[in-house]
Write a protein that binds this ligand. Structure first.
Ligand code: 5U1
Length: 679
């Protein structure tokens, strides 16, 4: 409907929309740093288009609807596109694709629309590029810019490996302009961001921005280090040769000349064929090596393309069928910290529910403290949420222009939000962890399962499923609680007869008699494996000594460095962990006294051992016992080896030991030596 005099509120809204669109075009095209999701931009654009259609008298040549993209950056030379690089009309759903198909069939006066040939191609989320070859040699490369004038990025494009500097064969046109998309493969994007982060410089929000930022570098030696690639999807100016009559055949010809064409391009019939292609590629989208934001359908016969022609900014013979947006904008109403099974603290943004690609999202992971710092996300912020496939949605960026006044920076808590134990974050690591492993409800199941495992307390029959049931029913909260279970409680569980309940009680009773090394290992202290547990047991001789020790003293023990020492001290500092240990000892868990061997008096100090072949004692256990007696255990035999311990079916180390005349100990001999040394 056209009204001659537009109301003031319409004029005001049109001006607002133009300002906003110009601002976002600048962020997107010039700074390669979009603030809002594409879908939000499309909404603004469509609203402006609708208002301008209703009030055509208000259209000005400067309106963003009257041009494609943004002006080129002045620092690059300008390139005039002899044939404008137009954009594509979008179809947001099947209905819009079917409308496109009907328009095509009507204009071509085709009664059988399903007969019309189309090509269907992935729509890469990169940067449109024009590359001109003169006599087969790369002459000039330019970005699309505003569609009529682009930026001269020849030097940068020359660094992209998939762009040939010289065409292959002889029958190429004298002048050939190919058009396509420069993009950054997903793996390359992840690697680049890791590199940027390590160097403490800006990371990119997504592969498209990374591609754009890399291509529009002023220094082409930087572009050369970026993992850019290109696919061609069409031609512009062609002089001195005639090209085939179908788009698909033109692409094949480009391939013969050495240009890269997507292997995913297919020829299909009718809109039914187009939609089947869309469904098929949607399923494989996540597995593709590059990001795509939709599919492009093009009428395949060039004669039909010419018949269809163009309308304002776009050809009538092609359309981009966009995937549902994977991004959406919403507000952060809170930031909570969750604790995982392994004690890792993960900050989670609580969101005003928002639809992202057909799924309602109300939480998004913020990963870790570094990520929060990088995003500077705060409660009250408007954020862009990104969801790919089945992965947990993440906060992609903060829309800083919409930040309310008086927001506060978020900091990770100092105490575990589940059990109130201290949290720790090691130097060089991104994850913050709870140190209350034995007690923390979030880690409960994991820590009890580890406690029961064969090489720890070896509670026979107490499998993972049983632990899950006991914890879920609230019958146990930590490992010590298992020793207070009675037969009735156990027999009341699923698939548990009286006999099996009694077997579990017997196994628990049996497990009370253990070794100090096994007990230390069973506590599940971070970084304390069997070998370290053994070394701690032999060094301290009893648990109290270990619990009271400090980092300095711990580091005197072979194999205990500053990181492990810190984990041990932190673990025993937690009152809740100590409570559980006291309860275990009160329940009757005990071990024989261990002969204490201090490092200075270690009987095997200075001796080097190598182990080869199969022994009845576990290799790790033997290694730990030797180390706790001061010996060094290495992996290869040399002149400095003192003993080679040889089990069944020894390897070449045995032969080498014989050649070098090194003392060989069989199982009986090493057992005797250990017994004597440990006395
Ligand atoms: N795959 C593909 N992407 N893409 C983008 N084809 C294709 N064609 C385009 C654009 C802008 O434009 C022509 C149809 C003119």
């Amino acid at each position: 409907m056209t009204t001659k005099t537009a109301p003031q509120n319409v004029i005001k809204r049109i001006n607002e929309l133009r300002d906003q669109i110009n601002h976002h075009n600048y962020l997107y095209y010039v700074l390669d740093n979009p603030e809002i999701p594409d879908a939000e931009f499309d909404k603004l654009f469509r609203e402006l288009q609708t208002l301008e259609q209703q009030h055509p008298e208000l259209i000005t040549p400067e309106s963003p609807t009257q041009r494609v993209g943004a002006k080129p950056l002045k620092v690059f030379g300008e390139v005039k596109h002899q044939i404008p690089m137009l954009s594509l009309a979008n179809a947001m759903d099947e209905e819009e694709v079917r409308n496109f198909g009907r328009r095509v069939a009507d204009t071509l006066e085709q009664s059988d629309a399903e007969h019309i040939e189309y090509t269907a191609e992935p729509k890469l989320d990169g940067l449109a590029i024009s590359i001109v070859y003169h006599d087969g040699r790369l002459f000039q490369a330019a970005t699309r810019g505003d569609g009529f004038t682009g930026e001269d990025v020849t030097q940068n494009v020359r660094t992209i490996n998939s762009v040939p500097l010289k065409l292959v064969g002889r029958d190429y046109p004298q002048i050939l302009e190919v058009r396509g998309e420069v993009y950054m493969p997903k793996a390359g994007f992840v690697a680049l961001n890791e590199k940027q982060q390590a160097a403490g410089v800006k990371t990119f929000a997504n592969p498209r921005n990374a591609a754009a930022g890399s291509l529009r570098q002023l220094d082409s030696s930087i572009t050369a280090t970026r993992p850019l690639a290109m696919y061609c999807y069409g031609v512009g100016r062609v002089e001195g040769a005639t090209l085939p009559e179908r788009h698909s055949d033109i692409l094949q010809r480009l391939r013969q000349w050495g240009l890269r064409i997507s292997p995913e391009i297919k020829t299909v019939h009718g809109i039914t064929g187009c939609l089947a292609y869309f469904a098929e590629i949607s399923k494989r989208r996540e597995k593709l090596d590059y990001e795509i934001d939709g599919v492009v359908y093009k009428v395949n016969r060039i004669a039909q393309q010419e018949q269809l022609g163009f309308v304002s900014r776009a050809p009538r013979w092609a359309i981009a069928h966009k995937f549902q947006a994977q991004e959406a904008m919403t507000q952060v109403v809170g930031i909570e910290v969750s604790v995982g099974r392994t004690g890792a603290l993960t900050p989670v943004a609580k969101l005003k529910p928002v639809d992202v690609g057909g799924v309602t999202v109300s939480n998004a992971t913020l990963h870790n403290e570094d990520e929060i710092e990088r995003l500077d996300v705060r409660v009250g912020d408007t954020v862009v949420i990104y969801r790919a496939g089945d992965v947990i949605p993440k906060v992609d960026r903060v829309v800083s222009s919409l930040r309310p006044k008086q927001t506060k920076k978020f900091h990770m808590p100092k105490k575990c939000p589940v059990c109130d134990s201290d949290v720790e974050r090691r130097e060089g690591e991104a994850i913050t962890r709870c140190t209350g492993g034995l007690f923390c409800a979030a880690q409960r199941k994991n820590s009890i399962k580890h406690f029961n495992s064969r090489r720890a307390m070896d509670v026979d029959g107490m499998g993972d499923k049983l632990v899950d049931q006991l914890v879920d029913k609230g019958l146990i909260h930590n490992a010590a609680d298992m020793y207070s279970l009675d037969k009735e409680q156990l027999a009341g569980l699923e698939r548990m007869a009286d006999k099996s309940a009694q077997n579990i009680l017997d196994a628990l009773e049996k497990s009370k008699s253990t070794t100090l090394a096994r007990f230390i290992y069973a506590l599940g202290i971070r970084d304390v494996g069997e070998a370290t547990a053994q070394a701690l047991a032999t060094h301290f001789g009893d648990l109290r000594g270990l619990m009271k020790s400090n980092e300095e003293a711990l580091q005197q023990i072979p194999d205990v460095g500053p990181v492990v020492a810190n984990s041990i001290v932190k673990f025993f500092q937690q009152p809740h962990n100590r409570e559980v240990i006291d309860k275990l000892i009160k329940a009757g868990v005990h071990w024989p006294k261990v002969a204490q061997i201090t490092t200075e008096a270690a009987p095997l100090k200075g001796k080097t051992f190598v182990i080869t072949g199969t022994l009845s004692i576990k290799r790790d256990e033997l290694k730990a016992r030797l180390q706790s007696l001061g010996a060094k255990v290495t992996g290869s035999v040399s002149k400095s080896t003192d003993y080679v311990v040889v089990g069944e079916e020894p390897g070449s180390k045995f032969d080498k030991a014989e050649q070098l005349g090194i003392a060989i100990l069989d199982e009986a001999a090493i057992s005797k030596l250990l017994k004597k040394a440990e006395q």
